[in-house]
Ligand binder design. Structure first.
Ligand code: GLN
Length: 613
């Protein structure tokens, strides 16, 4: 038999990749437009190059065509340099020098506003002023700082095309004229040649369509590069840069562009276009043939096709705030967790409306969180414990968080405790919630839903006197696992077991060891914990643990002594011996176990039904 060499696993094509390939094929034959030649070196570009790349906000990059071919970034650099200036020089300073009005003119227009400020940072005058501000603040370091910022947006180190730089420097009199004009009004200060060198160099940085897509996705991902995970710009700088891109990124085509395509974008005379749709995607296109506005012909067509096919217009958004609440219930409809002693069960059954649970999901934003708070305006509907499960929440915006904190601090009735589940200590909401607690607000935080429900139930049981005291030894006859056994049978069973004591903190059961014993808790408190140390359940005297050893081969969780603990430990072998002499009692125990498990399943099923509607 011959051994076949391993074949590379082909990957299946997603609909978006297919669409990009089709779009590439569709616009490939388009040969309208001219390669820019006012910078002589740019005239050497291959007009047929065509690459389309899309980067998602989770860091995946789709590519088709010439997405690895380097070309000079040109005016696209203006967007990133503007964001850099806002972040490093302070928005007030930058905004005092450069306007944010669309000029409605060509990129190289020499006209300034009536107050002699450049219209915006996306046209040459504004970009040169921006470059001037950075040079003024950082001197010689300006260019390297700009190169590093562009590289951080792209997720790699970027080089400069020196030939293009020299070529533009040799022929860039119009930009020189703009810079001198700016200087007469204080729009740039210092050495014009030095500032222009920085500007020309910035425009000569080499990128690929792939780089542009990642840059776009970094804008779309609120300034966090989704490929490297690096925070490269602030929310403020990203939002404001996208705003100027929306109104002025495509020069004298900007109005038409935002009306039809509806994506914040920036083009460059090298043939690149970057577009970004916040929280959705970044788009990078390279095709050097330009239209009369200086925008890539195939680039424009590709963006328009994408926008139209996938409804990407930034003002054509939809969302249903109601999806934020997956389930809203109390324990009249969902059975309580089993395993508690009869008295505790009775107390909980009589107060099944005392806990209300809202299971939240997705993004908690201004609109979705407002909706959540509106479900809680009827005081009669807000009981002693309000559990808000955030386990499925993906993000909380600043506005969402402010409404969330407002709900807990001011909206809930005085007697209600907010129990926040699904929040790890590392979560950004944790410190805010802890601060509320320190201020005396009734709020508790738990890493899991189960721990939150259990805590709320414990409070109810405790308040109504149903807590069997942890320090008092429980009678074996009160064990739900031994219900229905005669006193003689219980005493026979207990003689086969051993009374054991554990110190506080001791590990009684390790999930990695084979199950060999069942423990009846007589005194103290134990907790079952998952591998990540999350507390799954707390047990008090009268409950058994490790009971699955009677029927199963594997342990589910670690069990720790929370206090000093006294147990009756019964080996599985001892149970088998008991079974031989007491068939009826043994099968009763197994039946009790089945009843407990069935109750757990009922509870889990009811909750799954709540969640899946
Ligand atoms: N470096 C070019 C210039 O200033 C950039 C122009 C552009 O890409 N629109 O002329």
């Amino acid at each position: 038999m011959s051994i076949l060499p391993p074949s590379p696993t082909p990957s299946l094509e997603t609909p978006l990749l297919r669409f990009l390939k089709e779009t590439h094929a569709r616009f490939g034959p388009l040969d309208e437009g001219e390669v820019a030649s006012y910078i002589p070196e740019l005239g050497k570009a291959d007009p047929d190059h065509f690459g389309i790349a899309v980067a998602t906000t989770d860091g995946h990059v789709y590519e088709t065509g010439d997405t690895g071919v380097p070309f000079t970034i040109q005016s696209i650099s203006k967007a990133i340099v503007y964001a850099l200036a806002l972040d490093t020089l302070g928005a007030e300073h930058v905004e005092a020098t450069i306007g944010v009005e669309p000029s409605g003119e060509a990129f190289n227009s020499i006209r300034l506003r009536a107050d002699n400020k450049p219209f915006n940072a996306m046209v040459n005058a504004g970009a040169i002023a921006c470059c001037g501000l950075i040079s003024e603040a950082t001197g010689e370091a300006a260019f390297e700082m700009i190169r590093a910022a562009l590289g951080a947006f792209a997720g790699r180190t970027l080089d400069v095309d020196d030939a293009v730089f020299q070529s533009e420097r040799a022929t860039g009199d119009r930009n020189r004229a703009i810079a001198y004009l700016l200087r007469t009004y204080g729009g740039v200060r210092g050495d014009v040649d030095l500032i222009l060198d920085t500007y020309f160099r910035q425009c000569s940085i080499l990128v690929t369509a792939r780089d542009l897509a990642v840059m776009g996705a970094t804008f779309a991902n609120h300034g966090v590069n989704p490929v490297t995970g690096q925070v490269v710009a602030s929310n403020y700088a990203v939002a404001r840069t996208l705003a100027v891109m929306s109104s002025s990124g495509m020069y004298d085509f900007a109005g038409e562009w935002i009306y039809r395509v509806g994506l914040p974008a920036k083009s460059g005379v090298g043939g690149g276009i970057v577009a970004a749709l916040p929280s959705q995607l970044g788009l990078g296109i390279f095709s050097p043939r330009l239209d009369a506005h200086g925008n890539s012909v195939r680039g424009i067509r590709t963006c328009a096709a994408m926008s139209e096919s996938f409804d990407l217009h930034m003002l054509s958004r939809r969302g249903d705030v109601r999806t934020a609440v997956v389930a809203d219930y109390d324990f009249r409809t969902v059975p309580p967790r089993p395993g508690r002693q009869t008295k505790a069960q009775e107390i909980l059954a009589a107060r099944s409306g005392a806990i209300r649970v809202l299971e939240l999901s997705g993004q908690l934003s201004f609109a979705t969180m407002d909706y959540v708070t509106r479900r809680l305006t009827d005081p009669a509907g807000v009981p002693e414990f309000l559990i808000l499960n955030l386990h499925r929440v993906s993000t909380i915006t600043d506005a969402g968080l402010s409404l969330f904190i407002g709900l807990i601090r001011n909206q809930l009735p005085a007697g209600t405790t907010a129990v926040i589940a699904g929040v790890e200590g590392s979560s950004p909401v944790a410190p805010q919630l802890k601060a509320l607690r320190d201020q005396g607000v009734r709020v508790r935080i738990f890493p899991t839903y189960d721990a939150a429900v259990e805590w709320a139930e414990d409070q109810i049981v405790y308040r109504h006197g149903g807590f069997s005291q942890v320090g008092v030894e429980a009678d074996l006859a009160g064990q739900s696992l031994l219900a229905g056994l005669s006193l003689q049978e219980i005493s026979d069973l207990s003689r086969l077991g051993t009374r054991v004591t554990f110190d506080q903190g001791a590990r009684i059961i390790s999930a990695s060891e084979p199950p060999a014993k069942v423990f009846f808790l007589l005194r103290g408190m134990v907790s079952a914990r998952a591998a990540n140390d999350v507390r799954l359940a707390t047990l008090i005297p009268g409950m058994a643990f490790g009971e699955l050893a009677l029927i199963e081969e594997a342990r589910a969780a670690d069990v720790f002594a929370e206090t000093e603990v006294v147990c009756l430990e019964l080996g599985v072998e001892a149970f088998r011996t008991f079974e031989e002499a007491n068939t009826r009692a043994a099968s009763r125990i197994i039946r009790n176990l089945a009843v407990l498990l069935a109750a757990r399943i009922r509870m889990a099923t009811a909750r799954i039904e709540m969640l899946t509607g």
